[in-house]
Design a protein around this ligand. Structure first.
Ligand code: SAM
Length: 217
């Protein structure tokens, strides 16, 4: 009231009960303002998609974070994989604030009502032990029979009306090691393909997000 010198008749977007409303001030009494909620402003929630993104070249990683935000992703967990370049792995923790700023700017640009969350970088093993209720899919270029589209479509059909959280993991430029593949297997992650061609990490991340968005929206 004080900062904006609020007066009856002024219009604002107001968050009420977890929804955004275009509103007009109906009256001001003492310290309280009464709003008339005119119309709900459509604010799409994030898609329930978490990307485990192996740390890779920072300029491309920023690009991937920006695009994943535009496509509606909920969260990115930067992962230190066995074949992540050493100097990038060491510098990753110091980059997180910048990645968060990239996500914030991209969220605003995409007119999101929320901001994609970027976690602190984690070693792969620690990152895998998260959300056990989630559909867990590991992008693997060696996988030939099951596509991401098919596996995710099936998982969503099986889950009925309630959309489950979806976790997808993208490997580093050198790919996953056999030990990491075994680790995914032990944690019940399903290997999935994005087709017969080898994609760069950022292409794989954005394609995976786009496939998920197409199935979820
Ligand atoms: N080691 C590979 C090579 O040079 O033969 C390349 C790894 S690729 C650049 C990096 C990551 O992108 C992979 O670990 C995987 O997660 C993902 N990826 C790339 N192409 C893919 C595909 N066709 N299907 C599924 N995942 C893919």
């Amino acid at each position: 009231m004080r900062v904006l010198r609020a007066q009856p008749g002024m219009e604002f977007d107001v968050v009420a009960g977890g929804r955004v409303w275009h509103s007009v001030i109906a009256g001001i009494t003492g310290d309280s303002v009464r709003f008339n909620l005119i119309a709900e402003v459509k604010a799409d929630p994030a898609l329930p998609v978490t990307l485990l993104l192996s740390v890779f070249k920072f300029d491309r990683m920023e690009w991937a974070i920006e695009k994943a935000t535009e496509l509606g992703g909920d969260r990115i967990v930067p992962v230190i994989a066995r074949r992540s370049e050493k100097h990038l792995a060491q510098a990753a923790a110091g980059r997180v604030e910048r990645w968060r700023r990239v996500a914030l700017e991209a969220s605003k640009q995409a007119r999101r009502s929320d901001v994609l969350q970027v976690d602190d970088p984690l070693p792969l093993k620690a990152a895998l032990s998260g959300e056990i209720q989630a559909v867990r899919l590991v992008l693997a270029e060696q996988e030939r029979s099951t596509t991401l589209h098919h596996a995710l479509g099936e998982a969503l059909a099986a889950s009925g009306d309630e959309t489950p959280p979806i976790w997808m993991a993208v490997g580093p430029e050198g790919g996953w090691t056999p030990e990491e593949e075994a680790m995914f297997d032990a944690e019940s992650w399903k290997p999935v393909s994005l087709g017969p061609r080898i994609l760069r990490v950022e292409t794989a991340a954005i394609t995976a997000m786009a496939v998920a968005a197409a199935l979820l929206e």
